[in-house]
Design a protein around this ligand. Structure first.
Ligand SMILES: Nc1ncnc2c1ncn2[C@@H]1O[C@H](COP(=O)(O)OP(=O)(O)O)[C@@H](O)[C@H]1O
Ligand SMILES: [Mg+2]
Length: 294
């Protein structure tokens, strides 16, 4: 078993307010599996990925990844686990703007103390894997969203991790670039035998996995084979975009309400509102591109 989660609870405390993001979650993943994690926004997907990736600790429960019981590791051991075992691809591309594509891919290897000549060879190999050889000296700002996400994927692979965690890696990309990213993940899974957990909103993307786990209210509610996932009543790509915009509008309203009730600070209000509005703009642009006037 690559991953075992037993009765995992995560409670976030913000002043007086407690949010229970995971509520006794159970999950098992075998080595070499590719899993899609789906579920509504706020259901705990990112929280779960961060716990499995050693970025965050659960409030209670048991988490084992390969031979490591994460819930018993010291902060230092967790850092080591993360660097050596996990490749994390985030929704918002976490590349360093002042570094080139090649340097961004090199960074995780510097953190692990890989010698310079080995790093250079590995960067050259990985940039070819993601088809961006000609872009090696470009900075993220000079790359398209899809290309940036491919660089992020190459960086996640740098230390040859056994586990790849991808949090909505295709979230803000158009369907063409989303396809490319998912194809790479599939290829990494099949050809290199990496265990992959991918969070996605898109049922068509989700079906690329061996299994689809649906999380709701902090627990896994269903465990489906790809063929079992409804794609019929679904959900063209356009419907999916429109549903996400509706969800974001709802979150914006909730955020306003939280601010009025004094539940969040002005700073975090502005930050979250800016993030949501940026995502919404990208989604609306994508709808426009597809000829839908929203
Ligand atoms: N750092 C945090 N502080 C407080 N609450 C948080 C924090 N991160 C997430 N939450 C809350 O935990 C719940 C689950 O969030 P998350 O794991 O991000 O969901 P998802 O990725 O499925 O959208 C939500 O209610 C969210 O608002
Ligand atoms: Mg999330």
């Amino acid at each position: 078993m690559a991953i075992v989660c037993k009765d995992v609870v995560k409670i976030y405390k913000q002043g007086q307010i407690e949010v229970q993001a995971l509520r006794g979650l159970e999950m098992k993943v075998e080595g070499g599996e590719m899993i899609s994690l789906i579920g509504p926004s706020g259901s705990g997907k990112t929280t779960l990925l961060n716990i499995i990736g050693g970025l965050d600790k659960p409030s209670a429960g048991y988490v084992k990844v390969f031979d490591k019981i994460l819930t018993l590791l010291s902060p230092k051991e967790l850092v080591e686990f993360r660097r050596s075992t996990v490749g994390h691809v985030f929704q918002t591309m976490n590349l360093i703007p002042s570094l080139t594509a090649g340097e961004n891919i090199e960074l995780p290897m510097i953190a692990l103390g890989v010698p310079k000549h080995k790093r250079r060879d590995r960067v050259n190999e990985l940039i070819e894997v993601v088809g961006l050889k000609e872009r090696i000296n470009h900075k993220p700002g000079e790359l398209s969203g899809g290309e940036q996400q491919r660089v992020a994927l190459a960086a996640a692979l740098a230390n040859d991790p056994r586990l790849i965690l991808a949090d909505e890696p295709t979230g803000e990309l158009d369907s063409f670039n989303a396809r490319i990213i998912v194809d790479y993940l599939s290829k990494i899974n099949k050809e290199l035998g990496k265990t992959i957990i991918m969070v996605t909103h898109d049922p068509i993307v989700a079906r690329e996995a061996n299994r689809i786990l649906r999380i709701q209210d902090g627990v896994i509610k269903t465990d489906l084979a790809p063929a079992e996932l409804e794609v019929s009543g679904q959900a063209s790509y356009i419907d999916m975009l429109q549903r996400r915009i509706a969800e974001i509008n709802k979150q914006l309203e909730l955020l306003d309400a939280d601010l009025k009730k004094g539940l969040i600070t002005g700073d975090s209000y502005v930050e979250r509102q800016t993030n949501l509005k940026q995502t919404k703009t990208v989604l609306i642009e994508e709808l426009h591109r597809l000829g839908v006037v929203h």
